[in-house]
Design a binder for this molecule. Structure first.
Ligand code: NAD
Length: 524
């Protein structure tokens, strides 16, 4: 179902403009479709069928508290059934010619794009993203799937001839084969991109999938399952089990029928639970993508307007609730005051309110837990540093989850706010005496996801590229100091405590991770 018959617009995070009236008209039509879908009851998708669950949970919109829907709260038995279905389906899917798998997955990507406006509006209502951020998330999921399809094609299905040391009777091939069944566990903040993307990678590689959406974004999970079904994935190849991390997530971690795990979420759960506990009998592949504490560094030789715009967009886009959000800024002393002034002006100009309304750039926090984190951080900063702007709850909105984007200064260098991911719209700014000090402080964290640098000096830029300990770095990027990667343009993955494999999503080495190599030698 398309929201309008007009041609689709090409959407990325960095290139869309909010003054595009055609886009807004299409979004409004999608919003009407989305609103008509609210309030329903949704089941689990197991073995090609929708199944009701005895236990359910309500999901309400952070925008105005309205009911998004009633969703199935899966239990261990549901996960076991989904794993059994996936195991039964996986040999057939693995045998399916890779070109056919690619065709089905491309259909899935196209179905997502066809419904981009409806899906973006549903996402906005479900998790509070603004129009362009939600559209970007939806299109990113489709483009991630397309990119993995392209990679399989570019590599001839990863079935390649090897050498024979001049002996024509020996024929060896390197073949990448799927593992079998992958679990995909997703966070709330990119509910389409970080569900469709990893699932797409696992599926096009020939695996069956059991997918668990975040309980803050179950509607996106339901929609992805609907689309997988419509795309023609055989029964049991894609299964969706919504429900709590402590039951559904835990069972996925423990179930011996799962051959590989891709988890995206917090360091606390990703590293301390999933990474450490997934393999029990023998080592199994586990890809864990986690949080960030992403720095931007502003040199005395930066374009300060560009730097302030890039930092503002990355610190406050989707309320700082992105793994790539900029939460720390180190500014060289001579330009500190001017930079701070520019950042304050841009922060105070942010329009906060219902994010489905085109005039608003920033919506509510996702839930009460995030609001409690914001309030705790504000109390700490008031005590230990200085709130430069923001630092308060915003009254008169649809719920009590709207907060002011906040810039803080004068925090001691050893304060935990420089190191711990908060995931709220709060950015801390520090004055530094040298770039070396800035680089050192930027790297002084367990995380290593993204980092930004602003300078017009070539040597400084080269130095930043050399020393930065982050998987994704941006230099002089007005569209976002640390955020806004796109498949096939900026591979996206974390180093250190931000990710386990050093291979980035939307990049050249990603889809291979869902396969294992078999060397096949045949002698005549
Ligand atoms: P979260 O860790 O709270 O939850 C992520 C998922 O894990 C959810 O589906 C949750 O239900 C599930 N889960 C909870 N307990 C579990 C358990 N014991 N076993 C298995 N699964 C369990 O994260 P969140 O709040 O949804 O998302 C925000 C976090 O995700 C932030 O830390 C953010 O930086 C990170 N993130 C990282 C990336 C990346 O690419 N590196 C991208 C987006 C978000």
């Amino acid at each position: 179902m398309t929201a309008t018959s007009e041609p689709r617009l090409k959407i990325t995070y960095a290139t869309l403009r909010n003054d595009n009236e055609q886009l807004h008209a299409q979004y409004d039509a999608g919003l009407a479709v989305a609103r008509a879908e609210l309030g329903g009851t949704h089941g689990l998708f197991i073995n090609g069928e929708w199944r009701p669950a005895p236990k359910t949970f309500e999901k309400r919109s952070p925008i105005d508290g309205s009911l998004v829907g009633i969703f199935a709260s899966g239990n261990k038995k549901d996960v076991q059934d989904a794993v059994a279905a996936a195991r039964a389906a996986s040999p057939g899917w693995a045998r399916t010619a890779w070109l056919e798998r690619v065709a089905i997955m491309r259909r899935m990507a196209d179905l997502i794009s066809e419904r981009q406006m409806e899906l973006a509006a549903l996402m906005a209502i479900e998790v509070g993203k603004n129009r362009l951020e939600a559209l970007g998330d939806v299109e990113e999921s489709a483009d991630l799937i397309r990119y993995y399809c392209d990679q399989v094609v570019a590599n001839d299905g990863f079935d390649r001839p090897m050498g024979n040391l001049g002996d024509p009777t020996v024929h060896t091939r390197s073949v990448l084969k799927p593992h079998g069944v992958w679990a995909i566990i997703s966070p709330f903040n990119f509910p389409m991109a970080l569900s469709g993307g990893p699932s797409g990678g696992a599926l096009v590689a020939g695996n069956a999938v059991v997918y668990k959406p975040s309980s803050d974004a179950p509607m996106c999970g339901v929609k992805l399952a609907e689309i997988a079904d419509l795309a023609g994935l055989p029964r049991g190849v894609f299964n969706m089990v919504s429900g709590p991390g402590a039951t559904v997530g835990q069972e996925l971690q423990e179930n011996e029928g799962i051959d590989g795990m891709l988890f995206t979420g917090s360091y606390e759960i990703g590293f301390n639970h999933v990474f450490k506990e997934f393999s029990r009998v023998f080592p199994k592949p586990v890809i864990v993508e986690m949080g960030g504490k992403n720095p931007a560094i502003v040199s005395a030789r930066a374009d300060l307007e560009e730097a302030a715009e890039g930092v503002m967009r990355s610190a406050f886009g989707y309320g700082g609730q992105k793994c790539s959000a900029c939460s720390r800024v180190y500014v060289q002393a001579p330009v500190y005051d001017a930079f701070l002034e520019a950042l304050i002006a841009k922060t105070q100009a942010i329009a906060v309110g219902d994010p489905t309304d085109k005039k608003n750039w920033l919506g509510p926090l996702v839930n009460a837990k995030a609001k409690a984190k914001y309030e705790a951080a504000i109390a700490e900063v008031t005590r230990d540093g200085r709130i430069v702007t923001g630092g308060k709850l915003l009254e008169g909105q649809g719920t009590d989850l709207y907060v002011a984007p906040t810039v803080v200064a004068d925090l001691p260098a050893d304060h935990h706010i420089w190191r711990d991911e908060l995931f709220v719209p709060l950015v801390a700014v520090a004055k530094v005496d040298s770039l070396d000090e800035a680089f050192e402080r930027a790297n002084d964290t367990i995380y290593g996801l993204t980092a930004g640098f602003f300078s017009d000096d070539h040597e400084e830029v080269e130095r930043f590229k050399e020393v930065s300990q982050a998987g994704v770095i941006y230099i002089n990027r007005r569209a976002g100091a640390t955020t806004g990667a796109w498949p096939g343009i900026q591979p996206f993955g974390g180093w250190k405590g931000s990710g386990t494999t050093g291979k980035a999503s939307g990049g050249l080495y990603y889809v291979q991770q869902f396969m294992r190599e078999q060397s096949q030698t045949l002698v005549d």
